[in-house]
Design a binder for this molecule. Sequence first.
Ligand SMILES: [Zn+2]
Ligand SMILES: [Zn+2]
Length: 442
Amino acid sequence: MSRTVGLVFFPALDWAISPTHPEREERLLYTRDQIHEEGLLDLPEFVERRPSIASEVDVLRAHICVPSVRAVAGEPHLISAGGAIAAADMFMRHEVDKAAALVRPPGHHAMRIVHGARGFCNINNEAIMAEHIRSAYGDDLRIAFVDTDAHHADGTQDIYYNDPGVLHISIHQDGRTLYPGTGFPDELGGPAAYAGTLNVPLPPGTGDEGLMLVLDRLVLPVLEEYRPDVLINSAGQDNHYSDPITSMNVTAQGYARLNAALDPDILVLQGGYSIEGALPYVNVGILLALAGRDYGHVREPDYDERGLAQEEWISPYLEHLCAGLLETWRERERADLVGLFGSGDFFRRQRTIYYDTGGIVEHQDETIRLCAECSGYRLVDSVAEHQDGRVYRARAIIVPRRACESCRRSGRMEFEKSTDARARVHVYFQDSAGDLYIHETT
Ligand SMILES: [Zn+2]
Ligand SMILES: [Zn+2]
């Protein structure tokens, strides 16, 4: 069955973190050549659209940027996020059956509070896109992310950690062996969204067989029950066997099969650093699968199935892991939330977040109101130490989408109280229920 695919392509040809960085200018050049060589844009299924530029409010719906949006995101970041928005609009307006944003720089390591770049990401393209979808097309749309990048999607997980309207599944190389070192099965989300976060760490060396197993045993059964209105694939191509910064064994055929089975509505490109040997073939295979076309001929020039087989213990290990996670998901309404999050009025957590790309260490102290009517307003104190000695102190008051009146009022009062404080801090009010974003410096 053939389907139309809206394609937004933004290779950011004049931007890189540094000339030798893996996330560099020519990352998507070979993909573009391969798309032309395959004649994809001449096929009736494909419609190309230019990216727009994400506005400041687009970014602020997903993030609190310290000190400001302009300080943490340049034009390429805003166009990359705008590319995801353009793809989403094509899908949501029923102009196409599917949409794909092949854009860079990527986004899935950018958390709700942003002090700089983490894991090559400054702002989270797919979260900015999802917030645009909910703002423009309906607050109650159910959104599901399946992140298939080799790195744990810790940024997207953080943004939706306590959001009952979003399911976030990340499948990635085990955090004990790869940046960012998180994404374990016991990370299951906050008090208002328990088991709305699911993490599947794959052993290094996992190939097509393991990836499909996780899809069949966990992802598809969960999606069948969750029934999202919009299914987003955060598509990282760095599980490929030739990727220079990971240790996985997935092929272009494996990625295309995964995509055909997952059948996402919108795809947003993440990582993938084998820019000549893998990206052109993985991306073309995925696009053909999205369009419902035959992708059987797409093969890497150096493909050799010898050496790509998984070690024997990996599939039984993953079966066991998926069975446990599926049970947690199915039993989520009977989970002992008091045991997990306490029975008081507030749940509190403290963490340290490391920004490898930006060289920043952030300390966070977060309090979430345990509210019976909504997911609860939040107060986050964040102190970021930059490697050049600058220190930023920020306080964020976050009112979630569909917040109850009491949480909106209490959040607003906390904000006003905080702007009277004597210590020099940036105070942010992110009111998603009112679509209102304020920044004051005390
Ligand atoms: Zn990655
Ligand atoms: Zn509430």
